[in-house]
Design a protein around this ligand. Structure first.
Ligand SMILES: CC(=O)N[C@H]1[C@@H](OP(=O)(O)O)O[C@H](CO)[C@@H](O)[C@@H]1O
Length: 467
């Protein structure tokens, strides 16, 4: 399992889940074993953990029964966030190598993150407390466990931290609720200009938000986090005098158009757009010396290539200012979970930058103004008839639908909209953005209606025209 979570495992996982028969499954397993160079003569070493849902206990029991048949060596890490398990797996897979990642325990993870964070904010005034919504998920007990390692250099007040009542998980709270609805968790009383953040249920996504002086809710999502991180890293690399290191950002079509413009035009960084799903972003980010990748929903991380790490660790800096920047870059590569998007480590990344700059969330938000956007889903009879190209930004099937979408989009100022089948739910997602909130809502409504009508007529005939 350890090796599977690394490298090209994701591509194999996709192939495995697409297998149409047992023979095909076996064929894929053989090709996976050979391309990942898995030595089947060695005993399997499986590490596992679970979240706080009651179903976890019976799932683990069934899993352990399966392991007995395989005679595999296994370690139960108990309750963990998803990214903690990825961290532990990476540590185990790199023991004794130049890429050794750390101590393979939850404690090792806490110590590594806390030590790096302390270096990053050293000498800076502590910010006012952050209010953190834990979606009543596993992030709550684990973040409580983590806080003492920070020795009070970060003030966090946890809300939605009830894991006793399983029905509360993600209920009216959490990163997805906040991002999709562009509103605060239910029951959270916001004070203008203070900073708030939400984890999702398994603590791999993070979004920030605040309330403006006039009471408007302002979201600082994955795109805003990517912009902040890219800006900070570019500055650090320059300050360290090692601008040979290239920084790039990876987004999906769901990234707000204003964020892409900011990255390209203000930060001058290359931006790639890939299909939805972190597996695609992660692979693309590996192409840069430092690859920042975030989905708009707040799932992402920063990857430092082995050569970038080597440069950062072999450079001392010829002035005191350069030496400080080099030290920060080293600590940054430790605070960031490079195995996978991790809400804990991303939170420390954001807090580092805000503390370094002594920024309020409002100042962070001023980098660019999001275009109003709307994400809706349309329940369809058969989502498999929707086929896309160009990082899912264009439909090639059903024939004619993309032309109909384009004709509508043209009528909206700054209009952009695309339609793709979800990979996780039986729906088609429609994304729209335009110059104003009301135009955006109308655009989303029209394109959603087009998809709905198309699907409900159940044939390849051209949908009814909306405008
Ligand atoms: C628009 C959106 O947020 N899509 C999500 C969602 O995928 P869909 O394929 O859109 O269902 O779940 C994925 C897994 O969590 C996540 O990676 C992705 O970003």
């Amino acid at each position: 399992m350890g090796e599977m979570l690394e490298g090209s495992w994701e591509a194999h996982a996709t192939a495995l889940s697409n297998a149409q028969s047992n023979d095909q499954l076996l064929e894929y397993i053989h090709s996976m074993v050979s391309s990942l160079k898995i030595d089947l003569t060695k005993p399997a070493n499986v590490v596992y953990g679970r979240d706080t849902r009651p179903s976890g206990e019976s799932l683990v029991a069934a899993f352990v029964d399966g392991l007995k048949v395989l005679d595999a060596k296994s370690t139960d890490y108990g309750i963990l966030t998803t990214p903690q398990l990825h961290y532990i797996t990476r540590c185990l897979n790199t023991v004794g190598t130049p890429e050794a990642y750390g101590e393979p325990t939850a404690e090792g993870y806490y110590k590594k993150l806390a030590a790096a964070y302390k270096i990053l904010v050293e000498g800076k005034a502590k910010l006012p407390p952050l209010v953190l919504d834990c979606a009543n998920g596993v992030g709550a007990p684990k973040f409580k466990e983590f806080l003492p390692y920070l020795d009070d250099i970060l003030s966090v007040k946890l809300v939605n931290d009830d894991i006793e009542d399983a029905s509360k998980l993600n209920l009216n709270a959490g990163a997805d609720y906040v991002k999709t609805g562009q509103r605060a968790p239910v029951g959270l009383k916001m004070t203008p200009l203070e900073r708030y953040a939400s984890f999702d249920g398994d603590a791999d996504r993070l979004v920030y938000y605040y309330q403006d002086e006039d009471g408007t809710f302002k979201l600082l999502d994955g795109d805003k986090i990517a912009g902040l991180a890219a800006m900070y890293i570019i500055d650090l690399v320059k300050a360290a005098g090692i601008d040979s290191i290239s920084v790039g950002v990876v987004q999906t079509a769901y990234a707000n158009g204003a964020s892409t413009q900011y990255l390209r035009n203000s930060l001058n960084v290359p931006v790639s757009c890939v299909p939805t799903g972190v597996k695609h972003l992660h692979h693309e980010a590996l192409k840069y010396d430092v690859g920042v990748y975030f989905e708009a929903n707040g799932h992402g991380t920063v990857l430092f290539s082995p050569s970038a790490l080597k440069t950062i660790h072999s450079t001392e800096g010829s002035t005191p200012a350069q030496a400080v920047a080099v030290r920060s870059l080293r600590a940054l590569s430790d605070v960031i979970n490079q195995a996978v998007g991790d809400a804990f480590s991303d939170l420390l990344l954001v807090e580092t930058i805000l503390t370094q700059r002594q920024w309020t969330p409002k100042i962070w938000d001023q980098a660019y103004t999001d275009l109003p956007n709307r994400l809706v889903k349309v329940v369809v009879k058969d989502r498999s008839i929707f086929k896309t190209v160009d990082a899912e930004r264009k439909l090639v099937e059903p024939a004619g639908l993309q032309d109909a979408i384009d004709a509508i989009v043209l009528k909206f100022r700054d209009g952009r909209s695309f339609v793709r089948p979800s990979g996780t739910e039986d729906v088609v997602r429609v994304y729209a953005e335009a110059a104003t909130r009301s135009e955006t809502d109308e655009l989303a409504f029209r394109i959603g209606g087009l998809v709905f009508d198309y699907n409900s007529n159940g044939s390849g005939t051209r949908p009814r025209e909306f405008i």
